[in-house]
Design a protein. Structure first.
Length: 433
């Protein structure tokens, strides 16, 4: 089957031919590649073409595709049954594994995460975190930052990053104005804006939600001290800080971005790596906050497939395999590739900066590094399409948008990295044109 045939067939029965808008090639042009398999750092499309994959399923595949330890765990779980709608001991093991990883992130000697609730998607995790914060505080308003993406629940789509940034949508149709009005959208990395919001609405603000490091408008690191400032201003005003680690968690370090920059988060959300490529996400907090969730408390949350045993098996195997050597490799590959992108674009005379937060990075096609969404949108994003297609032609699959992070894995060996490096000079020249 040709890729074009696959795309046309999909477009007949699936809007845009994709089941998530970020997979579309709208901003770079052309038909999205239809994939049939993945192994290590590679994916293979319906035409049998192999690509070095720098999307990694948008983050979950820290160990690469079809890692044997993960596949073995999944096969064993499948043989025991797909879903029980009842508790399984492995859910406890996963919660224990996450709590152990986060143990160093403690405030006044007390871990930030003492209990967990497993859900199926990052969207559910952040949606539940917000309901929990509202339940705990008895307040309604939520602060989010422009360009941050926390999933597609109604209240969180205003000025969101990811697919909305790619498609230049300020918000989604279908969200009632009354619901959108519960979200205050502020510029990122701007403490004064946060102080002003608390001065105006202080006793109505339930929570601030922030990506641990922003990576859905391209990568934009938090300014030094910004996350800590958010914790202190929230707490001074009786609000909670929700740190969204769905994308960064267990990727930036064993304890995620919080492992690199611990702050006094009240609720932490996880997704992507925690499920190792299967639908799994979670939220965690101190015991007295988590005990507000049903069945113990009045804040309701549920899920037929929450803590699904096959997904939990994949997540547990991923976390158990992700040792120090894995993080060293991911960091090294990110360094090597991002430095090479920088050099290639310099050699081609393309104005740009590489924007990094730990091992996550993306290109900004402008000379000064932007630290917020308005700044990021000023770049010459039109240069990304030709760059992207030249890389694809050379067998490297990048995120199909300038407003997304590049993801590497520990499976990106020297051969895969060399293929990426070899493709860069021509792609940089394409970006220059
Ligand atoms: N939060 C962040 C920071 C994300 O990057 C994402 C997805 O990209 C989500 C939440 C939503 O996760 P999901 O796509 O699993 O619903």
């Amino acid at each position: 089957m040709s890729n074009q045939t696959a795309f046309e067939a999909a477009s007949t029965v699936i809007p845009g031919g994709v089941n998530s808008p970020v997979r579309a090639f709208r901003s770079v042009g052309g038909a999205p590649r239809f994939l049939v398999s993945g192994h290590g750092p590679y994916v293979v499309d319906v035409e049998g073409r192999e690509y070095v994959d720098l999307v990694c399923s948008w983050g979950p595949l820290l160990l690469g595709h079809a890692h044997p330890a993960v596949l073995d765990a999944v096969h064993a779980a499948v043989d025991r049954g797909l879903s029980f709608g009842a508790s399984t001991p492995t859910e406890t093991e996963l919660a224990e594994a996450v709590i152990a990883r986060l143990a160093p992130v403690a405030v006044e000697g007390r871990p930030v995460v003492e209990q967990m609730r497993l859900v199926s998607t990052g969207t559910e995790a952040t949606m539940t975190a917000i309901r929990l914060a509202r339940g705990v505080t008895g307040r309604s308003l939520v602060i989010k930052f422009a360009g941050h993406y926390h999933g597609h629940s109604d209240g969180l789509l205003a000025d969101a990053g990811s697919g909305l940034a790619t498609l230049a949508l300020p918000a989604s149709a279908g969200v009632p104005a009354e619901i959108a009005a519960q979200t205050l959208v502020l510029p990122y990395n701007d403490p004064d804006a946060v102080t002003a919001a608390f001065a105006e609405y202080g006793d109505r603000i339930a929570a601030i939600i922030v990506e641990a490091a922003a990576a859905n408008m391209g990568v934009v690191a938090p300014r030094e001290g910004f996350n800590a400032f958010l914790a202190s201003v929230a707490h001074a005003n009786g609000a909670l800080l929700i740190v969204d680690e769905v994308l960064t968690g267990f990727r930036e370090s064993a304890a995620g971005w919080l492992g690199l920059e611990p702050v006094a988060a009240d609720i932490v959300t996880f997704g992507k790596v925690i499920g190792g490529g299967m639908p799994l996400a979670a939220l965690g907090a101190r015991r007295e906050i988590m005990e507000q969730l049903a069945p113990l408390g009045p804040v309701y949350q549920a899920g037929t497939l929450s803590g699904n045993p096959v997904a939990v098996a994949a997540g547990l195997a991923t976390l158990r395999t992700a040792d120090a050597a894995v993080y060293e490799r991911v960091d090294l590959v990110a360094d090597t590739i991002s430095n090479a992108v920088d050099e290639a674009l310099n050699a081609a005379g393309v104005e740009h900066v590489i924007s990094r937060a730990g091992n996550l990075f993306s290109i900004q096609f402008q000379s000064t590094r932007a630290t917020d969404y308005a700044g990021v949108q000023r770049q010459e994003a039109f240069r990304y399409g030709p760059f992207f297609h030249a890389m694809l032609e050379a067998g490297v699959s990048l995120p199909p948008s300038a407003y997304e992070a590049w993801f590497v894995s520990a499976a990106h060996d020297d051969a895969a990295v060399s293929r990426v490096l070899a493709a860069l000079p021509a792609a940089a020249r394409a970006a220059a044109a």
